[in-house]
Design a binder for this molecule. Structure first.
Ligand SMILES: [Zn+2]
Length: 228
């Protein structure tokens, strides 16, 4: 019986809070639950999160950023550092709500010889110096690779990572003994088609997310060619 965990008021609070955060993400259209979804890998799952939609509602993301800021309010912070557009929007909201009034800087993600890398623009380098207290912010943490690179970047510049906050963390992620504060901590079960319990029950398979990737192209425009 799981009643022991449920009697713990702190545990109950965490559960309720996570439900609220999931509901907020659902309202942005980013989070899908109670479905039977085909993933690009061919596996089936019951839940899905579309990373690019997470930050589309300014008031929602401001509220979620404020929860992260409140968690880290007791730690003086000079800089909030992130990388990627979604994490940058969230990090702005965290910095706005943090009592230390930290500045916001961001790295650029890229690859070098097939390996992922994060580069801090030269204009930001004077902001992370020996002793600078840095709060790292991510939107979704799955493998933890980006955060590990950000930690290495801060430490190489002599800065000190005061914490790591994110919207969503897969429960399996560990960051070299560093605790990650996340509003949602959740990993989806995924199943091979042949052993999927939803297929066995005859639940229709939602192929929308895979189809969308295959058939839709991003909208783009370019400036006209110069006339000869
Ligand atoms: Zn299935």
């Amino acid at each position: 019986m799981s009643a022991v965990g449920r009697k713990d008021p702190a545990g109950m609070d965490a559960e309720v809070r996570e439900k609220i955060h999931l509901e907020i993400l659902k309202r942005t259209g980013a989070y899908h639950a109670n479905d039977h979804i085909l993933l690009p890998s061919g596996q089936h799952t019951t839940e899905y999160i579309e990373k690019t939609l997470v930050t589309t509602e300014p008031s929602f993301i401001e509220g979620l950023g404020a929860v992260i800021a409140k968690h880290f309010a007791q730690w003086p912070t000079d800089v909030v550092l992130s990388t990627g557009p979604g994490a940058l929007i969230l990090s702005h909201c965290v910095a706005r709500a943090h009592p230390s009034r930290p500045v916001v800087v961001y790295g650029a993600k890229g690859t070098s010889s097939g390996r992922r890398r994060v580069t801090l623009p030269v204009e930001f380098q004077r902001l992370i110096r020996p002793g600078t207290k840095v709060l790292l912010v991510e939107d979704l943490v799955s493998s933890g690779t980006t955060l590990t690179l950000l930690i290495n970047l801060v430490e190489r510049l002599g800065g000190h990572v005061v914490g790591v906050g994110c919207l969503w963390r897969r429960t399996s992620v560990e960051l070299a003994g560093r605790s990650v504060f996340s509003l949602v901590s959740r990993d989806f079960p995924t199943y091979p088609a042949e052993s999927c319990p939803l297929c066995k029950k005859g639940v229709p398979l939602n192929q929308e997310f895979v189809r969308r990737r295959q058939t839709r192209r991003p909208s783009s425009v370019e400036e006209p060619k110069p006339a000869d």
